[in-house]
Ligand binder design. Structure first.
Ligand SMILES: [Zn+2]
Length: 500
């Protein structure tokens, strides 16, 4: 299959064609970009797409997402992470969902992602009460069927829940402590057997599906498990994807548990590497940032989720200056509450401007677009495959109508993409050389029918959810006290109001 896009405005975001948009052609052969440049010869038999009035750019990358939250979209508001998690990541009364519901849940996320220009996702998939291969397979089937590029984990926690957050035992009632203490965390050998089997089953499927290693966080996993996962990540050239210091509570956690910051703890264990990707990294000190830059890690900046949960503002300018690669993530679909990266781009471009009066340090549209494309690809170790329009790379790209209201009058394409456009100008989306969205509609699946099927399953799910919420709500008074206590502690910085 050969496709020739003729005379479009091309925003390549990398490679030999430079950083500026230009008028030219792009040739797709099979799953890859075969040529890009001005006035290319038209190959015999190619399907021609006329590019006049169109903008062609790389598909967006969602560097951090939890599809498992998608059924809670729009359900919760005004809770900080540690309280919100009681409901979104229930520890009590949770049971495994039917595989078809997991399939539809992932499909819901993937369909909206593709239609709004996200061609590549990193899904850090968590199932309550535990990961199961069949359920991970159901999510992957959805990504395979709809045609998106996906790196998928089985997110793992292997510590007693009460020992992942400081001071819980001062406030959680004894009978609830006893109940939670009886839950057996997964062992490191069982986890390793699981990820090896998942890798064997799913990795490489359709040239688009990959697996990764995702120990939840340094306070939620044992060092043995994290070290073993990190070794495997290196061996498989897969991301070692984790969460570090999203909240003030977590910034207190490092000193309380390990006598040092969580970043220093990870670094001292040898867990900060070029294949390490850290979600959030909000409450990082200058010395943490220096360690991260030296190690060459990536960070996923979740600009909307961090605001929704009141987590704080990641010091993105400092991270970039230190040499840390930064991608953009939606984070979970309950803390965002959508997988749309156009929204995250705008939020990321705006939020840092109110944190620092020195406007020379504000993120600009080019930096934000880089984070949403090539920077995001790097967080998934896919920078050689996707994230820019370059010869030899996979043809993951968007064709936008550049004559919509979002682009009229046209002043600066990058500013329009970040501040004016919301994905509604997208006409076509290609992933792996295949057109998966045409005229705003998905080509591989029947979106309306799938949404209707999901809606039909919701009454039963909501009935179940109400029971789970009631059981976990019993923990809320204790967790409220924990958060209030941590928030009152001095950790030598704030990420709520200043210091971008
Ligand atoms: Zn996350």
């Amino acid at each position: 299959m050969t496709t020739f896009i003729r005379g479009a405005t091309l925003l390549a975001m990398g490679g030999g064609t430079g950083a500026e948009p230009f008028t030219g052609d792009l040739l797709i052969e099979g799953d890859r970009i075969a040529a890009i440049g001005p006035s290319l010869p038209v190959p015999e038999g190619a399907t021609i797409i006329e590019g006049a009035g169109k903008l062609v750019m790389p598909g967006l990358v969602n560097a951090h997402l939890h599809s498992n939250e998608a059924l809670f979209k729009g359900r919760y508001d005004n809770m900080p992470l540690e309280v919100w998690m009681l409901y979104a990541y229930p520890i009590r009364a949770a049971k495994a969902l039917p595989p078809r519901l997991v399939y539809l849940r992932s499909m819901l996320v993937a369909m909206e992602s593709l239609r709004t220009g996200v061609t590549c996702i990193t899904d850090d998939l968590y199932e309550s009460p535990r990961s199961e291969l069949e359920l991970m397979g159901a999510a992957i089937d959805a990504y395979d069927d709809v045609g998106i590029r996906a790196t998928v984990s089985a997110h793992v926690v292997n510590r007693n829940f009460l020992d992942t957050i400081p001071f819980t035992r001062d406030y959680v009632p004894a009978h609830l402590q006893e109940e939670i203490d009886a839950i057996q965390p997964v062992t490191t050998p069982d986890y390793l057997a699981f990820v090896r089997e998942a890798h064997a089953r799913f990795h490489g499927r359709s040239g688009r599906i990959r697996t990764m290693l995702a120990p939840s966080a340094p306070q939620r996993c044992t060092p043995e498990l994290m070290l073993a996962a990190n070794e495997l990540a290196k061996e498989w050239n897969a991301p070692f994807h984790t969460h570090i210091v999203e909240t003030k509570v977590q910034s207190v956690t490092g000193p309380e548990f390990y006598g040092k910051s969580l970043v220093a703890y990870m670094d001292d264990l040898g867990l900060l590497n070029p294949w390490t990707t850290i979600a959030h990294s909000i409450w990082v000190s200058d010395s943490d940032i220096e360690r991260m830059g030296r190690a060459g890690v990536s960070v996923c900046h979740n600009a909307i989720s961090n605001q929704k949960l009141g987590a704080g503002s990641a010091p993105v300018r400092k991270l970039l200056t230190a040499g840390v690669n930064v991608g953009l993530g939606s984070d979970g679909i309950c803390s965002n509450d959508t997988p749309r990266i156009f929204d995250v781009m705008k939020a990321a471009a705006l939020m840092h401007k109110v944190n620092n009066p020195d406007w020379s340090r504000w993120l600009n549209a080019s930096e934000v677009l880089h984070a949403a494309t090539l920077g995001g690809a790097r967080t998934a170790l896919l920078q050689e495959e996707t994230g820019s329009l370059e010869v030899g790379k996979k043809a993951d790209l968007l064709i936008l109508d550049a004559e919509t209201a979002s682009f009229t009058p046209l002043n600066d394409i990058r500013n329009h993409l970040v501040y004016c456009e919301n994905g509604s100008s997208i006409e076509k989306v290609f992933v792996n050389g295949e057109m998966v969205v045409e005229n705003g509609r998905l080509t591989r699946v029947d979106e309306k029918a799938l949404l209707a099927e999901l809606r039909a399953l919701m009454p039963e799910f909501l009935e179940y959810t109400k029971g789970v919420e009631a059981a976990n709500g019993e923990l809320e008074p204790a967790f409220t006290k924990v958060v209030q206590r941590c928030n009152a502690m001095d950790v030598g910085m704030t990420r709520w109001a200043s210091d971008a």
